[in-house]
Design a protein around this ligand. Sequence first.
Ligand code: ADP
Length: 457
Amino acid sequence: MGKEQKSTGLLPVEEELIYRVGWLIKLRWLAATGLLISATVLNFFLNIPIEFLPLLTIGLVVIVYNILFKIYFQRSTKNLVRKTEPFYWLAYLQVGADWIALIFLIHYSGGIESPLIFCFVFHIAVSSILLTRRNCYWQVGFATSLLIMLALLEYLDIVHHVEMRFLSIGGFYDDPISVGAVLSFLVAIIWIVAYLTTSVTTKLKQREKDLFALEEKLEKACRKLEKVDQARSNFVLGVTHELRSPLASIGSSLSLFDEGYLGEISTRQQKCVERMQERVECLLMLVMDLLKLARLKEGGFREQKTKVDIRKIVNLVTDSLRPQAEYKGIDLKAIIPSHPLYIWADAEEMELLFSNLLGNAIKYTSPKGNVKIKAWKEGCKIKTEVSDSGIGIAEGELEKIFTEFYRSKNARAIDKAGTGLGLPIVKRIVERYGGKIVVQSAKGKGSKFYFALPAHK
Ligand code: ADP
């Protein structure tokens, strides 16, 4: 239904109407065949005296007009776009036709004594679902007029009263008080039911309309937010791009001082230059991370997807980070299978993903600890796990670490230069490939980052 709504531009209430109109047609097949079967069984198998031929005719007439309704319904659904008027008419006509068929049915099954009188109540519920409150009341007015007319005609003997001997009280129509009382009772019940059902369905329909309006508003707000976010990313991308070259040139100018190409400098000056170099390096790192994140938000790097063997990426990243691990005396292990682990991806993005995770694992593990990277195939997924025996992450911080610029206190104590952008980058990349990054960790007990990506066939 949701999909139809987008292509036809109909409100959910209108879609519901179309659905219900079709549903009533289906229900009528059941009612008509039920009538034909029951009349046949009562007449031929149970030998109960009933008005077989009129009942049979009513059943057949119902089938014929239902065929017409079905044809009209199918035609109207073909050119559905924004046109619901035929369905309102169809609902109105269907309910009206059913009242007429019902009144004949009631007449031939014992008048207002007939047990089928309760079909009226059922049909009121159907009308309140299909029609507006006002139209439903018109229809109920029409139905009660038919009922009163039938009772009067039978009472005045203008129309012969069909007596179902096995059901009838006998002589019921001779007593005007009984007829009047039953009739008033029936009419009262019908109007009470009509009032109750329309009250409920009107409220429900209104709520549905309100919900739809709210949904539209929310969608608009979301689109606006997306635009703002995009504009912000573009701004960051622009600014960081402009910052990168001057920062790099400040860095190289500082090296000229540091390496003595611009003449002797005092030890105090040397220290000051070194501090400046450190700061510039941090700034450059931040600028580079911001650039990567902004590019990912924009929709990927250069979108150069190829068949990438994850084992090669794991080996590449492990080899480049091994000196760092060895410097800290960390035991770095890569566990990969002998067969290739292909995925359809941008190799540069994969490298960034693994180097961020493995870099963090080495960075946040104390000397002599362990870091492990594992990749394997399971079904149609390539699964990866990066684990360490490092400082771990406190429970309250687990969900924050993927937020931009978030850095935990213990992490800041270990590494002052971090940007807090590595994990947001990791999350973006994994999600771009339809995966989800999961982390298991506890303070002081190491961490395990895990994700699965779709394998290439
Ligand atoms: P950065 O490493 O520059 O601080 P990240 O976005 O990569 O930024 O990580 C965010 C935070 O998540 C880190 O500051 C740290 O608190 C935590 N974190 C990430 N990886 C690990 C890890 N392997 N062990 C412990 N904490 C980690």
